[in-house]
Ligand binder design. Structure first.
Ligand code: CMP
Length: 138
């Protein structure tokens, strides 16, 4: 069993896609084991995306991610990290495969509806970043 963190980004929440995204994960064998709605501050978004600090898109990304409510969830299942990534599709919706969440719902590389951890170390950091002991069993 593996865990990964997923976020329904402000564009997804704004457009009423919370249910669609969760259903896609659940229909494909990923179990939601923790979930909450989070309106990040700019500083919280910067901390979450710290690995991207210094990149050209960092300012815009963290401004966007703190612009409205998000839904943060922990998904669990066999090979959960890669399976969630497969369901999301490529970062840029225009390059994402047909039928993936980002292809179907994403507007551009920033407003791409959903985030998912990109590896085991990132997943551990990201789950710990948002979860306290009342919300998840470790
Ligand atoms: P996400 O999976 O949330 O991780 C970092 C985010 O940065 C990514 O999705 C994109 O939404 C956003 N981003 C914006 N511009 C770029 C870019 N040029 N390359 C990669 N990610 C980008």
């Amino acid at each position: 069993m593996e865990r990964t963190l997923s976020i329904i980004k402000p564009d997804g929440v704004e457009r009423g896609l919370i249910g669609e995204v969760i259903k896609r994960f659940e229909d494909n064998g990923l179990k939601v084991i923790a979930m909450k709605m989070v309106k990040m501050s700019k500083e919280e978004a910067e901390g979450f995306y710290h690995v991207h600090r210094g990149k050209a898109f960092f300012e815009s990304l963290t401004t966007f991610m703190s612009s409205g409510p998000t839904v943060v969830m922990v998904l669990e299942g066999d090979n959960a990290i890669q399976r969630a990534r497969d369901l999301m599709g490529a970062t840029n919706p225009q390059e994402a495969a047909e039928g993936t969440l980002r292809r179907q719902f994403g507007s551009n590389i920033e407003s791409n509806t959903v985030h998912g951890s990109d590896g085991p170390d990132t997943a551990t950091f990201e789950i710990d970043y948002f979860s306290n002991d009342l919300e998840i069993s470790r």
